[in-house]
Design a protein around this ligand. Structure first.
Ligand code: GLC
Ligand code: CA
Length: 584
C-alpha cells in the first residue's frame, strides 16, 4: 500500500458524511386508512426517522401519476398524487424535516414522463404540434412480407420492446420502460427548459435540499437509432444499452442541469444542494468518474449497481434467472467501488437496498428465523464501515426481509416482475426455454422489486400498524415478530444496533467515511475481512458470511470496537457475526 498522502485526502463536504434514508411513500405510513401510505403519514414519522441518526430523507416519487410504475411515470411534476396528499403537505414535510435537522431530497424523474402528461398528450396529437419533438417519434419499417415492424429491435426494461405504435399519427414512440413511460427528447432545448422549470425549480423554490436523479445516464441517446446486434437468439428484441445509455451528449446535458439550475440553490442551512444519480449500465470506473469528479460539476455522487446485480447475470433479460455467486465476487465488487475514488476528486456511495431490489438480509446473508437478526446486524457493519455516502432503505434498520416463499405470483404487483413472469410463461410454453417459469419464480422470490415495497412494519397490530384499512400490498406474515415498536424496547435489537453503528460511523468518520480501503484474504469464501486506514489509524472489519463458526481474523492486538454479538468468542467469528477492531 502506498503511504497515505495528506494532499490526496478527500475534501470534506456535508453530504459525504451524511446518512440518507429512503422513503417509499406508498408503503411507509398510511394516515387515513385507504391502504396507501401518504405524506401526512410520513410527516407523523419524521421524529422516528430523526431518532435513527440519519441526516437526509430521500422521498421516492410522490408526484401525480397513473402509477403504472409506482410513480416513476409522472403525469404532472407540479402536483402531488392525490391519495398521497397535496403540494401543501409536501411543504409541511419540508418544514417538519428541517425542524428535526433533516434535509429532504426528492426523486427527479426526467428521462421520461407518463403518457398521461400534458406534454405527451400534445406531442401525440399531431405531427406538427410544437411539442412533437419533445419525445421520439419514428416511422414504421416493413419486412419483406409487408408486415409493420418497429424502428429498431431494442429490448426495454420490462421485458417488451421499446417502441409503441400510435394509431393517431401512425408513428412509433420510444420508451425504455413501460409503454406508458415515453422518453423525453433532451435534444430539444425547449423540452429541457420545461423540465428544469417544472420538475426542478418548482420544488427547489419550495425549499427542498436536492435530488436523487432517476436514470440519469439515459437522457442522451444515439438518435439515429441503429439496430442492435443479435445477442439473444430467443427473441426479436435485443439488449441495446449502447445506443441509449451514456450517449454522445450526456455530459453536456448533466452539466447544463447543474449549471443552469442546481448551482443556483442552497439547502435550508446554506450549503450546496445535493445530487445523487442513478447510474446503471456503467461498469467502468472511468465512466463513473466522469459524472462524479468534482471538477466536472455534474453530480455529487451516483449509485453504481454491481452490488445489487450479484446473482442477476447481465442484469437485463436474465435478471431473474438467478446466477449463484460466491463471496469473493462480492469482495471484488466492494473493493472496486471503494477504491476507484482514491487519489481522485470523485466520491462513492454505499448501499445494498432500495425500492428496486430484494431485501439484503434475504439476498446476501440468511433470512431463516435463527439467523436473520444476526444477518441484519452483520450487514449493518458491512455498510457503516465503508467509505462513501451511506444510503439506507426504509425497514432495513429493523431487518425487514423478503416476502415469504409460499406467497403466489399474484402477490407480486410490480410491472417489471409481471413482465418477466409473463415472458417466462410464454418462453416455457412455446418451448424456447423449457423450465423457465420455475427458474424465474425462484429469481423473483429472491430479487423482485416487490419485496422492498411491502408495508413498513411499525408494530404488531393488524397489518403491522401500517394502515387501519386493507394495505395495497399484503403485509409480511412476520410483522408481529419483526417490527419497529418491539425493537425500540429491546437494547439487543437490529434497530438499536443500527442506531449505535450510525453513531459510531460519525464518531470515527475519518476512518469509516473517508478512509482508504484494503481487502484482506480476497479468496476466502466464508469470511469477508477488510482494513480501513486514515493517516496513522487503522480499523479492521471482519464478517462471517456463513451459518457456521469461522476462524477469526488475527486482529487480537487491536481494540474491539463493536461486535454484532453481545458475547464474543476469542479466535472465532460466530455465524453471521461482524466485528470492527481499531488500533487507536
Ligand atoms: C429507476 C427507478 C425504477 C423505475 C425506473 C423507471 O430505475 O428506480 O423504480 O422503474 O427508474 O423510471
Ligand atoms: Ca393513505
Amino acid at each position: 500500500m502506498s503511504p497515505y498522502v495528506e494532499s490526496l485526502e478527500h475534501k470534506r463536504v456535508w453530504w459525504k458524511e451524511a446518512t440518507f434514508y429512503q422513503v417509499y411513500p406508498a408503503s411507509f405510513k398510511d394516515s387515513n386508512g385507504d391502504g396507501l401510505g401518504d405524506i401526512p403519514g410520513l410527516i407523523s414519522k419524521v421524529p422516528y426517522i430523526a431518532s435513527l441518526g440519519v441526516d437526509v430523507v430521500w422521498l421516492s416519487p410522490m408526484y401525480d401519476s397513473p402509477q403504472k410504475d409506482m410513480g416513476y411515470d409522472i403525469s404532472d411534476y407540479e402536483t402531488v398524487y392525490p391519495p398521497y396528499g397535496t403540494v401543501e403537505d409536501v411543504e409541511k414535510l419540508v418544514k417538519e424535516c428541517h425542524q428535526h435537522g433533516l434535509k429532504l431530497i426528492l426523486d427527479l424523474v426526467v428521462n421520461h414522463t407518463s403518457d398521461q402528461h400534458e406534454w405527451f398528450k400534445e406531442s401525440r396529437s399531431s405531427k406538427d404540434n410544437p411539442k412533437r419533438n419533445w419525445y421520439f417519434w419514428r416511422p414504421a419499417r416493413y419486412d419483406q412480407d409487408g408486415n409493420r415492424m418497429p424502428p429498431t429491435n431494442y429490448r426495454s426494461y420490462f421485458a417488451g420492446g421499446t417502441w409503441t405504435w400510435d394509431d393517431n399519427t401512425e408513428e412509433y414512440y420510444l420508451h425504455l420502460y413501460d409503454p406508458s413511460q415515453p422518453d423525453l427528447n433532451w435534444e430539444n432545448a425547449d423540452c429541457r427548459r420545461a423540465i428544469y422549470d417544472s420538475a426542478m425549480r418548482f420544488w427547489l423554490d419550495k425549499g427542498i435540499d436536492g435530488f436523487r436523479v432517476d436514470t440519469v445516464n439515459k437522457y442522451s441517446k444515439h438518435v439515429d437509432f441503429p439496430d442492435a446486434p443479435i445477442t439473444d437468439s430467443n427473441s426479436f428484441i435485443q439488449p441495446a444499452a449502447q445506443f441509449w445509455c451514456n450517449g454522445p451528449r450526456i455530459h453536456e446535458f448533466v452539466k447544463e442541469m447543474n449549471n443552469d439550475v442546481l448551482s443556483k440553490y442552497t439547502t435550508f442551512d446554506g450549503q450546496a444542494v445535493v445530487t445523487v444519480g442513478e447510474l446503471s449500465l456503467t461498469p467502468e470506473p472511468e465512466g463513473v468518474l466522469r459524472y462524479v469528479s468534482a471538477k466536472e460539476k455534474e453530480l455529487d455522487m451516483v449509485f453504481q449497481f454491481d452490488i445489487t446485480h450479484l446473482g442477476q447475470d447481465n442484469g437485463f433479460q436474465d435478471k431473474y434467472d438467478f446466477a449463484p455467486w460466491k463471496l469473493p465476487e462480492m469482495k471484488r465488487i466492494v473493493e472496486k467501488w471503494q477504491t476507484f475514488i482514491e487519489e481522485t476528486d470523485g466520491w462513492t456511495t454505499v448501499f445494498n437496498e432500495n425500492h428496486d431490489n430484494g431485501r439484503s438480509v434475504s439476498r446476501f446473508a440468511s433470512d431463516v428465523p435463527e439467523w436473520r437478526e444476526q444477518s441484519a446486524k452483520m450487514l449493518a457493519i458491512w455498510l457503516i464501515a465503508q467509505t462513501g455516502t451511506l444510503f439506507l432503505y426504509q425497514g432495513q434498520e429493523i431487518g425487514m426481509i423478503n416476502a415469504p416463499k409460499d406467497w403466489g405470483i399474484e402477490e407480486y404487483r410490480d410491472v417489471e416482475a409481471q413482465g418477466h413472469w409473463e415472458e417466462a410463461v410464454r418462453q416455457d410454453a412455446n418451448g424456447t426455454d423449457p423450465g423457465r417459469t420455475e427458474r424465474i419464480l425462484h429469481g423473483l422470490q429472491l430479487m423482485a422489486r416487490d419485496h422492498s415495497r411491502l408495508p413498513f412494519q411499525w408494530d404488531s397490530s393488524a397489518n403491522g400498524g401500517f394502515t387501519t384499512g386493507k394495505p395495497w400490498m399484503r403485509a409480511h406474515d412476520l410483522y408481529p415478530k419483526i417490527n419497529a415498536e418491539n425493537q425500540g424496547k429491546d437494547v439487543n435489537s437490529v434497530l438499536a444496533f443500527y442506531k449505535r453503528l450510525l453513531y459510531l460511523r460519525k464518531e470515527h468518520k475519518d476512518v469509516f467515511v473517508y478512509g482508504a480501503f484494503e481487502l484482506v484474504d480476497p479468496e476466502n469464501e466464508n469470511t469477508f475481512v477488510f482494513r480501513k486506514r486514515y493517516r496513522d489509524r487503522t480499523a479492521v472489519v471482519a464478517m462471517n458470511f456463513t451459518d457456521s463458526p469461522q476462524p477469526a481474523f488475527g486482529a487480537m492486538e487491536m481494540m474491539l470496537l463493536v461486535s454484532s454479538y453481545s458475547k464474543v468468542v476469542l479466535g472465532t467469528l460466530q455465524p453471521f457475526e461482524g466485528r470492527i477492531y481499531v488500533d487507536y
